[in-house]
Design a binder for this molecule. Sequence first.
Ligand SMILES: CC(C)(COP(=O)(O)OP(=O)(O)OC[C@H]1O[C@@H](n2cnc3c(N)ncnc32)[C@H](O)[C@@H]1OP(=O)(O)O)[C@@H](O)C(=O)NCCC(=O)NCCS
Length: 177
Amino acid sequence: MSPSLTVRRIAADQGAVFRELRTASLREAPYAFGETLEDALSADAATFDATAAEHAVSFIATTFILYTEGHPAGLVEAYFDDTAARRAFVCELWVAPAVRHLRGGELLVDTASAWLAGEGAMEIYAWVADANRNAMRFYEALGFGPTGEHRRVVRAPEQAESLLVRHVPTTSQVFQQ
Ligand SMILES: CC(C)(COP(=O)(O)OP(=O)(O)OC[C@H]1O[C@@H](n2cnc3c(N)ncnc32)[C@H](O)[C@@H]1OP(=O)(O)O)[C@@H](O)C(=O)NCCC(=O)NCCS
């Protein structure tokens, strides 16, 4: 039987869980993220506590955690950038290998997108490394498409990443489905 997957917004006292998931994601999939495992391991535990406390209540940035049978098994961050356009992003998406292909990633991205839409977003953006074909196919399967915007990966400047976007359906589009 498939394990049941749920997603909840991070709580203020979940700094240790946040640190555990971040380091697990950077250890397992270092190619997928801008930060390195060394960065995360050298950061003070208080930094994770502070982020969890902020993300539990902020209207600008948050983290959602995936649980399988009550155990933390993945995460995604959602935030608005500080440009005039106030673009909405999902990032730092990771699902533990043991529970992949069970729609946990989709649940995380959809929950994060719904939160961003609730705060006013009309489009949801995601930067994906061109070499990360799995993530590309994952985002495309969820309806994200290319914006045509590209940039160098800071951690590995010889590599490129592309900006993808998905439009938030309007109420009338939802009723047409
Ligand atoms: C990308 C990732 C989050 C997907 O998580 P997941 O829970 O396995 O994905 P889902 O089960 O929700 O997949 C939804 C759909 O995306 C597509 N998809 C997911 N993983 C895929 C893969 N490896 N290859 C091709 N398509 C894939 C499929 O269409 C899938 O639907 P299906 O299972 O009915 O075919 C996960 O593989 C992961 O954590 N990878 C390492 C970290 C990473 O690359 N993060 C993204 C950074 S941009």
